[in-house]
Ligand binder design. Structure first.
Ligand SMILES: Cc1cc2nc3c(=O)[nH]c(=O)nc-3n(C[C@H](O)[C@H](O)[C@H](O)COP(=O)(O)OP(=O)(O)OC[C@H]3O[C@@H](n4cnc5c(N)ncnc54)[C@H](O)[C@@H]3O)c2cc1C
Ligand code: FES
Length: 419
C-alpha cells in the first residue's frame, strides 16, 4: 500500500468518524427536542387569562363577596431597611372565615381621605396584591410608600392597628394554577415581588415538590423584603432555586452570599440559568422591565400562554396591545373610528396606539375617575350612549347594563360616551 493510499484511508476514516459524531449529536438534540415537545403537551396547564370572544360582552366574574367588606388592621409590619415597605394583616370584622383566593390576585380598597388642600373628604380606590398564600383568618397586603402617592402614604402614615378598611373581594387574572405540576419561573422586581410571594408560598405549601425558580430584583439589600423567609424556604426545598438580583449592590454585600446575580433580571440571565424545560413564567415589575422581558420571552420561543404578567399602575402592558399591533387590518379599521365624550363635548378620532379608552380620554384632557385600572373596582364605569367596545379581559366587577369599563376596553365601533 502506498503512502498516498494510506493517507486516503485515514482521511476517509476520519471523515466517517466525524459524520458519526455529527449524526449522534443531531440525534441527541432531536431526541431532547421531541422530549421537550412531549412534556410541553403533557404539562400544558390551563391559561390564567382567557380573553373574551370578540363582540360578545364578557360576563363579569362572580366575586367572593359582593361590594365592600369591612376589615380590621390586625398588624402592621415594616419590611425593608429603608422603612418604605409595610405589610398590613387584615382580619374580617364579621369574624367569619375568609374564602381562599388564587395566589397572585389582589384586593381593592376604598379609602376615605381628607384632601390636604381643601380639607374636604374624598374617596380613593386602589388595588394591592395579596402577598401571602390564602389563610382563612387573615389576608396580607404589602405596600410601598411612593413619593407624594396619596393612598400609599395614607396607608403608611395614617392607617393604624385597629382601623377599619373597606375591601372588595380578591380579584385578578394574574394567578398561579396551583393544581399544575410543571416547572414555574416567578419573576418579581421591586414591589412587583408581592403577588409572586403569594404564588411562591402557596405553591410550596400545596405542591412541595414542584420545581420553582424565583428571580427577585432589587437595587440592593436595603430594598429587599422577607429575605430571611426566602432563604429559609430555599434551605428547606431543594426544588426552589432562588436568584436574588442586585442591580446596585453595596460595599459589604457579597455575591454568592447575600445575593446571586449582580445586574437586572433580563433574558440573558434567564437563558444562562434556566434548564431547557417548558416553564410557565409569571412576571411582575416596573414598566421598563416588563417592556423588555415579556417580548424577549416570546422571542426566546416561550409560548404566549406560558407567559403571565401584571404591571402595577396606569402603564400596564396588555396582551391585547401586542396582538393588536400585529393586526395591520384591525389597525386600519381603528384609524377610522371616533370617540365622542357627550358631556364634555368633543369628538376625537380613535388613536390605535392607545391601550384603553381611559388612557385615550386622559390623553385628551377628559377627566375620568379611576382606581385599579384593571377592571376590578368599577370606578371608571361610564354610560355608553352608542357604539360597541371590545374588552382586553373579563371585568371583575358587576357591569351595569349600558355601561362600559374604560380602563380595560377599546372601541369596536365609533362610540359616544357619557363623560
Ligand atoms: C393589580 C394591582 C396590584 C397592585 N399591588 C400593589 C402592591 O402589592 N403593593 C404596592 O405597593 N402597590 C401595588 N399596586 C399599586 C397601587 O395600587 C398604587 O398604584 C400605588 O400604591 C400608588 O398609589 P398612590 O395613591 O400612593 O399614588 P398616586 O397618588 O396614585 O400617585 C402615583 C404616582 O404618580 C405620582 N403623581 C401623583 N400625582 C401627580 C402629579 N400631579 N404630578 C406628577 N406626578 C404625580 C406620584 O408621585 C406617584 O409616584 C398595585 C396596582 C395594581 C393595579
Ligand atoms: S379603574 Fe377600576 S375598573 Fe376601571
Amino acid at each position: 500500500m502506498t503512502t498516498l493510499q494510506l493517507t486516503f484511508i485515514i482521511f476517509v476514516a476520519l471523515i466517517a468518524q466525524l459524520a458519526i459524531f455529527a449524526a449522534m449529536a443531531f440525534y441527541r438534540q432531536w431526541q431532547s427536542f421531541a422530549e421537550l415537545k412531549r412534556r410541553l403537551a403533557e404539562w400544558e396547564g390551563p391559561r390564567t387569562e382567557k380573553l373574551p370572544q370578540e363582540g360578545t360582552p364578557p360576563p363579569p366574574i362572580k366575586p367572593l363577596w359582593p361590594e365592600f367588606r369591612e376589615f380590621k388592621v390586625q398588624r402592621k409590619v415594616l419590611e425593608d431597611k429603608n422603612g418604605t415597605i409595610c405589610s398590613f394583616y387584615l382580619i374580617p370584622v364579621d369574624g367569619k372565615s375568609l374564602p381562599a383566593f388564587k395566589p397572585g390576585q389582589y384586593l381593592t380598597f376604598q379609602l376615605d381621605l381628607t384632601d390636604p388642600d381643601t380639607h374636604s373628604s374624598k374617596s380613593l380606590v386602589r388595588c394591592y396584591s395579596l402577598s401571602d398564600e390564602p389563610h382563612s383568618e387573615y389576608y396580607r397586603v404589602t405596600i410601598k410608600k411612593v413619593p407624594t402617592g396619596q393612598a400609599s402614604n395614607f396607608f403608611h402614615e395614617k392607617v393604624q392597628v385597629g382601623d377599619i378598611l373597606k375591601v372588595k373581594a380578591p380579584a385578578g387574572h394574574f394567578y398561579l394554577d396551583t393544581a399544575g405540576t410543571g416547572p414555574v419561573v416567578l419573576i418579581g422586581s421591586g414591589i412587583g415581588i408581592t403577588p409572586v410571594l403569594g404564588m411562591l408560598n402557596a405553591s410550596l405549601h400545596q405542591a412541595p415538590q414542584r420545581e420553582i425558580w424565583l428571580y427577585y430584583g432589587v437595587r440592593n439589600g436595603e430594598e429587599m423584603i422577607m429575605k430571611e423567609h426566602l432563604d429559609k424556604l430555599a434551605q428547606q426545598h431543594n426544588n426552589l432555586h432562588l436568584y436574588l438580583c442586585y442591580s446596585q449592590p453595596q460595599a459589604p454585600e457579597v455575591k454568592g452570599v447575600d445575593y446571586q446575580h449582580s445586574g437586572r433580571i433580563d433574558i440573558t440571565l434567564l437563558r444562562l440559568t434556566l434548564p431547557l424545560k417548558p416553564h410557565h413564567f409569571y412576571v411582575c415589575g416596573p414598566k421598563l422591565m416588563m417592556e423588555m422581558l415579556v417580548p424577549d420571552l416570546s422571542a426566546w420561543g416561550v409560548p404566549e400562554h406560558h407567559i403571565h404578567y401584571e404591571s402595577f399602575g396606569p402603564a400596564s402592558l396588555t396582551k391585547h396591545e401586542t396582538s393588536r399591533s400585529a393586526l395591520g387590518e384591525e389597525a386600519t379599521i381603528a384609524a377610522e373610528l371616533t370617540v365622542t365624550f357627550s358631556k364634555s363635548g368633543p369628538t376625537f378620532p380613535w388613536k390605535k396606539a392607545a391601550t384603553s379608552l381611559l388612557e385615550f380620554a386622559e390623553d385628551h384632557g377628559i377627566a375620568i375617575a379611576s382606581g385599579c385600572r384593571a377592571g376590578s373596582c368599577g370606578t371608571c364605569m361610564t354610560p355608553l350612549e352608542s357604539g360597541e367596545v371590545e374588552y382586553h379581559q373579563r371585568p371583575d366587577t358587576d357591569l351595569k347594563p349600558g355601561n362600559c369599563l374604560l380602563c380595560i376596553s377599546v372601541p369596536k365601533t365609533s362610540l359616544t360616551l357619557k363623560a
